[in-house]
Ligand binder design. Structure first.
Ligand code: ZN
Length: 219
């Protein structure tokens, strides 16, 4: 069971920003328009439009980087879709399956995900590509963080990296929702954030709810 769930990572090497920009320009040329919509790009582009918009922040920022016109399509909700995939990954302790989408704790049905990503595999690929991409930007200073560089809550990408590293199981007792359905996993600060610990991968660990509770009682 250990290897199967992360098979996706080997599917495709991350595309560079330059390749994304070059490809949307190519689409602009063949379609004869400087306003390349998300939909148009999903038909003619070589990469997923989700990847491009996440990489650059939004679809329109991506277009701006390629010196193309911002389209009228509303900004998309990839973050929400990815949060849902992450929720399922955490809940099941394994790669989510398509049918998991229609059951709690999923908050999005299969329909929108499929329409947006064209296929379930593509949705998972986009998610894994997003989660594996390095955040090149320096951490944004956080209000109330004191001398720390990072805020208390790990973002989706960091939560995924930590849980993936820990095989979606508790670092203290080994429990995993893959074996114990309903088991709740938390991402915990090894050095507490409240006492100066940073929210970085090296200071985070996966704990089950019971072990996390036990830890805070000790402290
Ligand atoms: Zn535990």
């Amino acid at each position: 069971m250990s290897d199967q769930r992360f098979l996706l990572e080997r599917v495709r090497a991350p595309v560079s920003d330059g390749e994304l920009v070059a490809d949307v320009r190519r689409v602009s040329q063949i379609a004869g328009t400087t306003a390349v919509s998300f939909r148009l790009y999903s038909k003619l582009g070589n990469y997923s439009p989700q990847t491009a918009s996440l990489r650059f922040g939004t679809w329109n920022k991506f277009l701006a980087a390629a010196q193309l016109e911002a389209g009228s399509e509303r900004n998309i909700t990839d973050q929400r879709l990815f949060e849902n995939l992450m929720r399922l990954w955490e809940h099941y302790g394994r790669q989510p399956r398509f049918r998991d989408l229609s059951l709690a704790p999923s908050v999005i049905s299969g329909g929108p995900d499929q329409r947006r990503f064209h296929s379930w595999m593509r949705a998972l690929e986009s998610f894994v590509e997003f989660a594996n991409a390095q955040d090149a930007r320096p951490p944004i200073p956080v209000e109330g963080a004191g001398s720390r560089k990072t805020g208390r809550s790990p973002n989706l990408r960091l939560r995924f990296s930590v849980m993936k590293r820990d095989h979606f199981s508790c670092r203290a007792c080994g429990a995993s929702p893959a074996l114990e359905p309903g088991l709740e996993l938390h991402v915990d600060h090894i050095d507490a954030w409240a006492t100066g610990g940073e929210t970085i991968e090296g200071n985070l660990q996966t704990l089950c709810a019971a072990c996390n509770q036990g830890k805070s009682n000790v402290l």
